[in-house]
Design a protein around this ligand. Structure first.
Ligand SMILES: [Zn+2]
Ligand SMILES: [Zn+2]
Length: 133
């Protein structure tokens, strides 16, 4: 009787562990499939967004249509502009440098600096306002 009971217990344990292992395997496979399809979805999404392309910026014509001027001329018109520096390169504006003004917020940068910036981003480097033309 005690032998039978022990045997029964062993069989029960065997079935239970087989069931557990099977459950674990199925679970594992489901998760693996899901992970794979999820990562496949991600890569195809990235491919769709063409990762080689830099973040969306403005095209050269749009950048050119932002008003630009030589610093000393603008300084003559607006004396208050005198203390400014370019936040892109952190250099002060010099008299003979060409500056460019970003339309919505009227922040001013070196034309060379902001041209590069705007070719990668369509927002103002200072306040992140969308550059609208
Ligand atoms: Zn600069
Ligand atoms: Zn701004």
């Amino acid at each position: 009787m005690s032998y039978f009971k022990r045997n029964e217990g062993t069989i029960f344990f065997a079935f239970a562990s087989i069931g557990f292992v099977a459950f674990y395997c199925i679970n594992y496979f489901i998760r693996r499939c899901r992970d794979r399809s999820a990562s496949a979805g991600n890569t195809s999404e990235e491919a769709g967004m063409s990762p080689r392309r830099p973040p969306r910026g403005l095209d050269p014509e749009a950048i050119d249509s932002c008003p630009s001027f030589v610093y000393k001329e603008a300084r003559g018109i607006k004396p208050g502009i005198g203390e400014l520096e370019c936040v892109v390169c952190l250099n002060e504006f010099k008299d003979d440098e060409t500056l460019r003004l970003v339309p919505p917020c009227v922040h001013v940068f070196h034309a060379d600096c902001v041209d590069i910036w705007l070719s990668h981003s369509s927002t103002c480097p200072i306040c992140r306002a969308d550059v609208v033309l």
